[in-house]
Design a protein around this ligand. Structure first.
Ligand code: RIB
Ligand code: CA
Length: 314
């Protein structure tokens, strides 16, 4: 077995975040060493409790959880996403409390210390607003330089937004942080709506891992509200697990077809705030270019997720 890649997940659980964490725990290619929480779908205190409970559900309360930013860098996040993820963030499902307690260090400190001590490059998957990552870059740039791959869920190259006509939620929640992160020289993959929205997990896929055992059954229960939301908001039979696709790319580099692009974020206060402006006129050779995910084999990605979640449940 090849050496496992050290992995950190920065997250705002959140239903699709929860599935992404479970996917990482089900994947022998990676070694989840730290979960950092951030404001986003819910308040960071709730996100932190949810992360502890999801890890405990999978028998992994050994993985440390460190709480991060309570809000955006400059302008307060306008609203949470309770209408999508449920007021407590896990679709109305109360998971058993974890015996573990939150790491006493702030997330940025825990992340910087892990990166500094790591003997091999660390993959960081940021699947909530990127406030913690921006703070890491500004506070501990030497540690940030030790990130092997930064896989970001967020933005949109050509599909518009999901929280406004222009903006995807994670970028919209903290556009200034997004600009800071996308302007760094850290090797970065941007997994946006262009590849997540076509990748739909349907009821048959959910039923497969739900039937596999306790973890899968609980994950299916957490998803139920998300399925209802997708049916009413998008008229789709399935759910778009944005964060799970980003983790799939983190776990298996190259899952998604990417092109190096220059990307900037609209940080104005107008109607376009939070839009990621991806320059698709050319392939960029800039050191701050981003590997933008532009193609996906959605059926293969869904099968990967379902198979891994089913295996975790046995
Ligand atoms: O736009 C999708 C993103 O916003 C996902 O990370 C989801 O969890 C929400 O945070
Ligand atoms: Ca998320």
């Amino acid at each position: 077995m090849a050496e496992r890649t050290p992995l950190v997940i920065d997250t705002d659980p959140g239903i699709d975040d929860a599935l992404a964490i479970l996917l990482a725990l089900a994947s022998p290619e990676v070694d989840l060493r730290l979960v950092c929480t951030v404001h986003g779908n819910v308040e960071v205190a709730q996100a932190t409790d949810n992360a502890l409970r999801v890890l405990h559900l999978a028998g992994r309360s050994d993985v440390p959880v460190a709480a991060g930013a309570r809000d955006s860098l400059v302008y307060r996040q306008p609203e949470r996403a309770g209408h999508v993820h449920g007021a407590a963030g896990l679709g109305g499902v109360q998971l058993p409390a974890s015996p573990a307690t939150v790491d006493p260090r702030p997330a940025v400190v825990a992340l910087a210390e892990l990166l500094t001590a790591a003997q091999t490059p660390v993959t960081v998957a940021a699947i909530g607003p990127w406030t913690n990552i921006a703070l890491l870059l500004a506070t501990y740039p030497e540690a940030a330089d030790r990130i092997g791959r930064l896989v970001l869920m967020g933005g949109s190259a050509g599909r518009g937004g999901n929280v406004t006509a222009a903006a995807e939620f994670n970028v919209w929640a903290d556009p200034e942080a997004a600009q800071r992160v996308l302007g760094s020289a850290v090797p970065t993959v941007l997994v946006g709506l262009d590849v997540t929205v076509p990748t739909v997990l349907d009821a048959d896929g959910i039923a497969r891992f739900a039937a596999a055992g306790r973890v899968g059954e609980t994950a299916a229960a957490v998803l139920r509200q998300y399925v209802d939301h997708a049916r009413t908001q998008y008229g789709t039979r399935g759910v778009v697990l944005h964060d799970a696709l980003a983790l799939t790319e983190a776990i298996v580099p190259g899952t998604l077809g990417t092109v190096r692009r220059d990307v900037v974020v609209d940080t104005t206060l107008g109607a376009g705030r939070g839009q990621t402006l991806v320059d698709r006129r050319r392939v960029s050779d800039s050191p701050t270019a981003v590997d933008v995910a532009e193609t996906v084999d959605s059926a293969a990605a869904v099968e990967f997720l379902v198979g891994r979640l089913a295996a975790l449940s046995r």
